[in-house]
Design a protein around this ligand. Structure first.
Ligand code: FDA
Length: 308
């Protein structure tokens, strides 16, 4: 119930206005978002890389209906990639892109605009020697995202994508994307989805996650296990070993601010651990999804508002 309400609020403009008046310095928001500026994002990246983990950076933003805003987001990614190269961080840091931030939802030609924007980001990533992964948004956008992925991979075969285990379709999508060179970030799924397309119960989602993991681990691609769930991480390590994989031909991924000790522990054991680092002003939707994942976060957040 609470999860549903928070996910509905993630898309409500009035709640957004209310929550956004909270400065980013509010400890709970700051826990999940590396900062407003590029400099702060690069600084967080440097710290994570120095600690033996790697990074994927997300310039926050989503659902834009403004062509100028979509173009500005593409430019922000180009600046980010330039800065990562200047800082000597491209071996340890790639970028993650939400297609709705680069124009997919625009009423005229949205998909073409998003493809063009994503292509420019991929060209720059190739020039500086790193990679791009496409985030996955709600189920109404899955086909469009996978279609843009196919177009991009024709020129940039290393472009990765997120698949969400809670969707009924995902096991088949995993099969389709388990070939050589394919990079799939498997997560549980963070949006409010109807029972007609997605598993609703935690156990069903976890079981689906394991089925998808098995397909990816037994395939020829590069599985990216995006979860903080200790049980699923244990199963992933077991499946990787059973499939004859060694650390380095798959990786574990977690969100900035979530279970950092576990991130360091896995890295110390020789696993590749990538941290998803979001930054920028448009933190509202991202932050609300983090609250929805763990109701205890909401209590901390409300407490921090009261004590201001
Ligand atoms: P689960 O929610 O069961 O959490 C397991 C444990 O992890 C919890 O008990 C708690 O200890 C900790 N934890 C999890 N979330 C927490 C939080 N917010 N705050 C504090 N502790 C928390 N989704 C999507 O739909 N599209 C996408 O593109 C992405 N991309 C993405 C990238 C990466 C790198 C990650 C790790 C996740 C995503 N997600 C996503 C989010 C994903 O779908 C999912 O909502 C979260 O990862 C939470 O699910 P877990 O697998 O961690 O399990």
């Amino acid at each position: 119930m609470l999860r549903s309400a928070l996910l509905a609020a993630a898309r409500s403009t009035s709640t957004r206005r209310l929550v956004e008046t909270t400065p980013l310095t509010t400890p709970v928001v700051g826990r999940f978002v590396a900062g407003n500026s590029l400099a702060e994002a690069v600084q967080a990246t440097r710290q994570i890389v120095d600690s033996g983990r790697v990074v994927t950076l997300d310039h926050l933003g989503e659902d834009t209906l403004d062509a100028a805003q979509a173009a500005a987001t593409v430019d922000a990614y180009l600046r980010l990639l330039t800065r990562l190269e200047e800082a000597g961080l491209t071996a340890g840091a790639e970028v993650s892109v939400k297609l709705s931030a680069v124009g997919r939802a625009l009423p005229r030609d949205g998909e073409r605009i998003a493809l063009d924007g994503a292509r420019r980001i991929c060209e720059k990533a190739a020039a500086v020697g790193t990679t791009v992964t496409l985030d996955m948004e709600d189920h109404t956008t899955t086909d469009a995202t996978l279609s843009i992925l196919r177009d991009l991979r024709a020129d940039f075969p290393w472009v990765g994508a997120v698949l969400q285990a809670y969707l009924f379709r995902t096991e088949q999508d995993c099969r389709d994307l388990s070939g050589p060179g394919s990079r799939v970030r498997l997560c549980k799924g963070a949006y409010r989805e109807p029972a007609s397309v997605a598993h609703q119960g935690r156990q069903e989602v976890d079981r689906a996650y394991v089925r998808c993991l098995r397909v990816l681990m037994e395939g020829d691609g590069y599985p990216m296990v995006a979860s903080h769930d200790p049980r699923l991480i244990g199963i992933a390590r077991h499946l990787a070993e059973r499939a004859g994989r060694a650390p380095g031909d798959h990786e574990f991924q977690m969100l900035y601010g979530v279970r950092p000790e576990e991130q360091r522990r896995l890295a110390a054991e020789g696993e590749t651990v990538r941290v998803y680092v979001p930054y920028g002003d448009e933190w509202y939707g991202y932050f609300m999804r983090r609250l929805a994942e763990r109701p205890a976060n909401l209590t901390f957040f409300l407490r921090s508002l009261v004590s201001r």
